[in-house]
Design a binder for this molecule. Structure first.
Ligand SMILES: Nc1ncnc2c1ncn2[C@@H]1O[C@H](COP(=O)(O)OP(=O)(O)OP(=O)(O)O)[C@@H](O)[C@H]1O
Ligand SMILES: [Mg+2]
Length: 225
């Protein structure tokens, strides 16, 4: 589902954020990416989402060769991804339900399907009572759940979550990881970056990658359980 060979990413002002990335991610895999601040975790996710492109090497994501960032391939790719951004990127002035529905607006599905999926997803994240609340009236943790509902409502083949445990205490971090993992299935991969290595060290059925100054090492191969 993801195949990276000799991938480098150099930002325009000269930072070499990723060096020589060799990576293969299978359908059904749950993969954690850890590593210190600035080591390249978000940069790697940006490549997978088609918001940055390799400056060298080849990259295939969900069947699309996006090594050179052709627009049509990027559009196809993005339809298949459910991103959960660290800052959520919810739209103010809109309800939770509207936010989740807006997340589906470029998919090729009917308005009825959109509404049904949006409601289902909000139920799955435990927000059935808050669907009609404006997101600016919701707590931080609730907004995080809206962001997750928006991602999964798209029925993505790949869920990508950047630091979802970031501002959370241990119990809430575990809850969010459990919630994200509940969307794991045989036709989907889930990639999560996290600093909270102590929370994931026992998860032997999950893959683990460590980033260090732009290079990666695979600590564990995840097997779909
Ligand atoms: N848009 C950008 N332009 C230039 N340099 C960037 C850009 N984004 C990131 N970088 C640099 O690339 C390197 C990797 O950054 P990245 O955001 O991928 O790290 P990270 O592992 O996600 O860090 P954190 O744990 O703090 O989120 C850093 O040196 C960073 O300063
Ligand atoms: Mg980051």
């Amino acid at each position: 589902m993801i195949e990276a060979k000799g991938v480098f990413l150099e930002y325009p002002e000269g930072t070499m954020a990723l060096k020589s990335i060799e990576l293969s991610i299978e359908t059904g895999e749950l993969l954690y990416i850890t590593g210190p601040s600035g080591s390249g975790k978000t940069s790697l996710l940006k490549l997978f989402m088609g918001s940055e492109f390799p400056t060298a090497g080849s990259l295939k994501v969900l069947g699309q060769d996006i090594s050179r960032g052709q627009a049509s391939k990027i559009r196809n790719l993005r339809r298949m991804i459910g991103p959960v951004f660290q800052d959520f990127r919810l739209i103010k002035g809109r309800t939770a339900l509207e936010n989740v529905m807006l997340g589906m607006r470029f998919l090729d599905v009917s308005p009825g399907h959109i509404k049904k999926n949006a409601r289902n997803s909000l139920e799955k994240v435990g927000l059935e009572q808050k669907m009609l609340s404006l997101v600016e009236h919701m707590s931080w943790g609730e907004c995080q759940r809206v962001a997750i509902a928006r991602a999964v409502a798209r029925e993505p083949a790949l869920i990508i979550a950047d630091e979802p445990t970031g501002n959370l205490d241990k119990d809430n971090a575990l809850n969010i990881l459990e919630l994200l993992k509940s969307f794991r299935d045989a036709n989907r991969a889930i990639i999560i970056t996290t600093h909270a290595t102590h929370l994931i060290e026992d998860e032997m059925d999950a893959g683990l990658i460590r980033m260090d100054n732009g290079t990666m090492s695979r600590e564990r191969v995840g097997v779909f359980g």
